[in-house]
Design a protein around this ligand. Structure first.
Ligand code: F6P
Length: 299
């Protein structure tokens, strides 16, 4: 059995655990796992390395991706698509595992028209249709909650300040809402709801009476500096922005992401071993399921 794997799109904590899970299944079957470097760029350029199960295991608890990643789907336009298929036919004739978000899922669908592909959702945005959970989301939430707890400490030490914590998340508020829920913060600003500065200011002033005054903001709604400026005229507090930014993507993988990532990678490799193109859906209870790739019935 000769399989391939690549990580694509934004890096997400836990991607290395997916690689580890896949490599374990491949080793048990006496096969080889080719790692294409820097996502789709690697398969188009046939930039490939052998994935060693021990090396993958050593990296499985680290952030980032040991294979690197890239974003552009244009890589699969025209000649790029044929070059990717040619590289796969040499190094991964029995199938390719693609680990990433929605752009990577599109690439998986495209490649699956001509070869066997298994897809594993991995994005801190947690916005892949058909998967309750994506690898990396839990870790990104944990990182942000830690930042909130630190702001609670400084808020208690020096009252009179309110804090805006800006998360990544693109144009959906999944990450910001999950951070707010986990950190017990009632004020959340997301792209899905209109921004109401006087209302946020009133909420912060109220929160400051019993706890730290903190609002969680999704980057897709506005930026933390602009939001702070719009709130301050309505609040008696000094409003300070904290932008978590791309550090969130490099969060240390939580135990949940490591375990789920391993299971997902193993499931993806098993699907390819059985000759199936599959979507590996992930659940909030830490389980995974495989279904036919392209089954959009419930999405
Ligand atoms: O990978 C998802 C994500 O981190 C989003 O949350 C964010 O909006 C985007 O990627 C940032 O993209 P880039 O790394 O290209 O700046």
């Amino acid at each position: 059995m000769k399989l391939g794997i690549l990580t694509s799109g934004g890096d997400a904590p836990g991607m290395n655990a997916v690689i580890h899970g896949a490599s374990q299944v491949v080793r048990a079957a006496g096969g080889t796992l080719a790692g294409f470097k820097h996502g789709l760029q690697g398969i188009v350029d046939a930039d490939v390395c052998a994935v060693d199960v021990l090396a993958a295991e050593a990296e499985s608890s680290t952030a980032g991706t040991m294979l690197g990643t890239s974003r552009s789907q244009a890589l699969l336009d025209g000649a790029g698509f044929e070059r990717a298929l040619a590289a796969a036919s040499v190094d991964a004739p029995d199938g390719l595992i693609i680990v990433g978000g929605n752009g990577s899922l599109n690439a998986a669908h495209q490649l699956a028209t001509r070869m066997t592909v298994a897809f594993v959702p991995a994005t801190i945005d947690n916005d892949v249709p058909g998967s309750e959970q994506a690898i990396g989301f839990d870790s990104a939430v944990a990182y942000a909650v830690d930042a909130v707890e630190r702001l609670r400490v400084t808020a208690a030490a020096l009252p009179g300040r309110a804090f805006i914590v800006e998360t990544l998340g693109g144009d959906n508020g999944n990450l910001a809402r999950a951070v707010a829920a986990a950190a017990r913060i009632e004020l959340v600003v997301t792209p899905e709801e209109p921004i109401d500065p006087p209302k946020i200011a009133a909420g912060l002033d109220l929160a400051a009476r019993s706890d730290a005054a903190i609002v969680i903001l999704c980057e897709g709604a506005t930026n933390a500096v602009a939001l702070a400026q719009s709130i301050e005229p309505f609040s008696r507090l000094r409003v300070r922005p904290t932008i978590l930014g791309h550090a969130q993507r490099a969060a240390t993988p939580t135990e949940f992401d490591r375990t789920l990532g391993f299971l997902a990678g193993a499931a993806a490799a098993s699907e390819l071993a059985a000759g199936r193109s599959s979507f590996v859906g992930l659940h909030t209870d830490g389980t995974v399921h495989a279904e036919r790739l392209g089954n959009l019935a419930h999405r």
